[in-house]
Structure formats: C-alpha cells, structure tokens
Design a protein around this ligand. Structure first.
Ligand code: HEM
Length: 397
C-alpha cells in the first residue's frame, strides 16, 4: 500500500513540473512585455509606413529612432555629408576631429564624391597607372635611344692637349650630395607608390611592410637634406643657366641629335640649352613643387593647417611632380653616366680636355681661349692626367 501511495505521489509531483514547462496557449497571455524570447526574434515595433510619413527624410536621429528604433541613417547621412560633430580633442591638435567623413569634392578627372574617396580614386586610378606608364615609357625611350644611337660625342674628358676645370670641388660636392639625396628619395618613393603592386607579391606582406616602413622613414629624413642641397645647387649653377647666344639654335637642332645636324653638336656656352631646360624645369620648377608639397606632408611648414584635405592635395601634387621630376632626371642621369662620353668624368673629377670642351661647349671654350673665363677656378689642380690648365692664369672665379 505504502509503495502504491509513494508511487502515486511522485507521479503527481513530476506531472505538475511537466505542466509548468508546457507553453500556455497564446490567448492565455503572459503579463505585458516580452519575457523568455530569443533576442534575435525581437523586432522593434516598426510602424510599417513610417517612411511614408511627411518629413521622414528631414527627421533627425532622435525623431527617426522614435518611429524606427535603431535606424541611425539621419546621423550617417549627416556624417557622409561632412557634418561636424562634437569632439573633446583640442582643435589645434586635431583640427577636424569632429568630422568623420570629409565633405564631397570634385578632384580632377574623378567623380564628385567625399574627399577621402576622391583622393583614393585619383591615386589608384590616375596617378599610379598613368605615372607608372609614363616612367616606363621614358625609360623605354632612353633604352631605345641608347641602343640605336649609342653614346653622344667622340672625345673622352681626358682627351686633348690642355686641361680645363669644368666643376670646382664645391660644385661637385653640392651636386653629388643632391644627387644622392634624390636617388634615395626616388627609390623609397617608388617603393611606397608602386611596391604594393610589384614588390609585395614577391616579398610577402610582413617583409614588404617592414621594408616600406624603413624606406618611408628614410624618405622623411632624406627630404629635408634634398631641400637644402637643391637650394645650394640652384644658387651654385644659377648664373650659368640664363639664356645666351646659340641656345635657341641648339634647341631647334635638338642638340645635334635631330635633322641634318646629326652628329655635330651646335655651339653652346658652359651649359647648353638642354641643361638649362633641366635647370629651370627640373631643378627649379619641379624641385620647388616637390620640396614644398613634401614639406607639407612632413608637417614641416609653419602656419599650415594639417587637415586631411591639405594632406590629400599635397600628396596628389607631390606624386605628380615627383613622377615628372624622375622622368626629367632619368634623361639627365642617362646623359650624365653612359649617354655622353666624358660627361660623368667632368662631374666626377671636375676637369675636361680642350677637345671635349670644344666638341660640346664651343662658345665656353672660345671664352676660355680668349681669357674671358678662367680655365681653372679653384686652387685644386687636376687630379687626373696632371696636364697644366689651358691658357690664362688661375684664381678669379
Ligand atoms: C645619379 C644622379 C645624377 C648624375 C649621374 C648626374 C650627372 C651629372 C653630370 C655628369 C653633370 C655634368 C654635365 C656637364 O658637364 O655639363 C651634371 C650637371 C648637373 N646636374 Fe646632375 N646628375 C645627377 C643627379 C642630379 C640631380 C638629382 C640634380 C638636381 C635635382 C642634378 C642637377 C645638376 C645640375 C644643376 C648640373 C649643372 C648643369 C646645369 O646647371 O645646367 N643632377 N650632372
């Protein structure tokens, strides 16, 4: 009997526990509010027709959340339009901290969109592909020229009876300091601009990342060195780069490389018209643009508001000007190394023979013969073949 009673009691107990878990019918409603429901099933009560309400698009975030809780599109529309929110960051350190997305702008050749996106498009779909193509074209043209025409000129710098000091030790050190800084900047700049497409697939992300970071740091350090040495080069060579007799003829005959005058270089003074174009176009104009835009990106210029817009414009200008400068100096470096016999020795050792001077800078040579220009300007003798300087006594620069 006792067992039967015990069994009946425990059966009744488990029956009532099971009953407690069975969902009650909907209409036997639970008290107001949601209890025990899966959070993902929670759907805000959305007034299905809220968007058709008048002034829906003009609602601010608070109003929108009243009808469509969680819908923050008014805020994001404001952010996308460049609206300024509040930020506790000091304005002098973070001038645009409250602006998440920049206003819409029209940068050259890309569609009207937010400034950050427009800059990205200019960089990735204009500057990189076209800049890269231009560099390849110029290097290709130089290679074809070298393979078809070979080095310019007949005489080496050592040739000829008499010696002429073409570059003083000061001029050469200014030039080579500038050339070295330029080459460091060019290589590190090329890796920063094109490395992701050309080098990263070869090296892999981590190595490429470390390399680019090191080169970026080197670039930031070499920039100011280049700026100073460029200014020194400008003032050092300025007085011999003004237009002079024979420059136009030299240009029209392409320096003796085109037309009937092929093989015979038209006469020129110390620097020919081609070098003067490199001086005014490459050293002065492009040099100034590259240095100024680089200084902005290095945040080295006082009184400039270093916000994103300024940095984007400085970057686009810097990228375009450096590619053009590299194209110009690719030609200069070619002529200054293997493209013209004796040119490299002239800047390396500073002295040339009268045969070389007569062949490439006939008016300069005539001035030296006539004593209008000193054949030696520095106190240092010729380290090369040890021949005496031509004609007139040394000393007056
Ligand atoms: C590796 C790089 C370079 C090499 C091999 C090189 C080579 C030369 C050579 C051989 C000359 C003498 C030409 C002559 O006798 O008339 C020269 C002159 C000159 N170079 Fe360079 N150069 C280089 C980079 C640069 C750079 C980066 C600049 C400036 C940004 C520059 C500016 C000049 C100037 C101003 C002259 C004097 C000619 C003139 O004033 O018109 N060079 N260079």
């Amino acid at each position: 009997m006792r067992t039967v009673l015990f069994l009946a009691f425990s059966l009744a107990l488990s029956g009532s526990a099971a009953l407690a878990q069975t969902p009650l019918q909907e209409d036997r409603a639970l008290p107001a509010g949601i209890q025990g429901q899966n959070i993902t099933d929670v759907k805000p009560e959305i007034k299905r027709d809220a968007s058709s309400e008048p002034g829906y698009m003009q609602q601010n975030n608070g109003q929108r959340n009243a009808v469509q809780p969680g819908n923050n599109s008014p805020m994001w529309r404001g952010v996308a339009a460049g609206a300024e929110g509040t930020s506790t960051l000091p304005a002098e350190q973070a001038p645009e901290a409250g602006v998440l997305i920049q206003r819409q702008v029209q940068y050259p050749t890309v569609r009207y969109t937010t400034a950050g996106e427009a800059w990205r498009q200019v960089r990735n779909s204009r500057l990189i592909p076209y800049g890269g193509a231009l560099l390849v074209l110029v290097l290709g043209a130089i290679a074809i020229f070298h393979l078809t025409k070979g080095p310019i000129g007949k005489h080496q710098a050592e040739e000829g009876g008499q010696r002429i000091e073409r570059f003083t030790p000061f001029e050469r050190s200014a030039h080579w300091a500038n050339a070295a800084a330029f080459c460091v900047l060019a290589v590190s700049g090329l890796v920063m601009a094109f490395g992701r497409f050309l080098l990263m697939p070869l090296l892999g992300g981590p190595i490429f990342g470390a390399l680019t970071y090191a080169l970026k740091t080197l670039h930031n350090l070499a920039g100011p060195v280049f700026a100073v040495s460029l200014a020194v080069v400008f003032f050092t060579f300025l007085r011999h780069n003004w237009p002079q007799r024979g420059d136009l003829k030299w240009l029209l005959q392409g320096g003796g490389m085109v037309g009937r005058s092929t093989g015979h270089e038209p006469p020129s003074h110390r620097f020919n018209a081609g070098e003067k174009l490199v001086f005014w176009g490459g050293v002065t104009l492009l040099g100034a643009v590259v240095v100024a835009s680089g200084m902005v990106m290095d945040k080295l210029l006082p009184g400039v508001s270093y916000d994103r817009g300024t940095m984007q414009v400085a970057h686009m200008v810097h990228n375009a000007a450096t590619v053009l400068m590299m194209c110009v100096f690719a030609g200069h470096i070619y002529i200054g190394t293997i493209g013209m016999r004796g040119a490299y020795t002239a800047m390396r050792r500073g002295w040339v023979g009268d045969a070389w001077a007569r062949e490439h800078h006939a008016y300069w040579y005539q001035d030296i013969r006539a004593g209008n220009v000193p054949a030696q300007r520095s106190g240092q003798g010729d380290p090369g073949v040890g021949l005496p300087a031509t004609g007139v006594p040394t000393g007056n620069r």
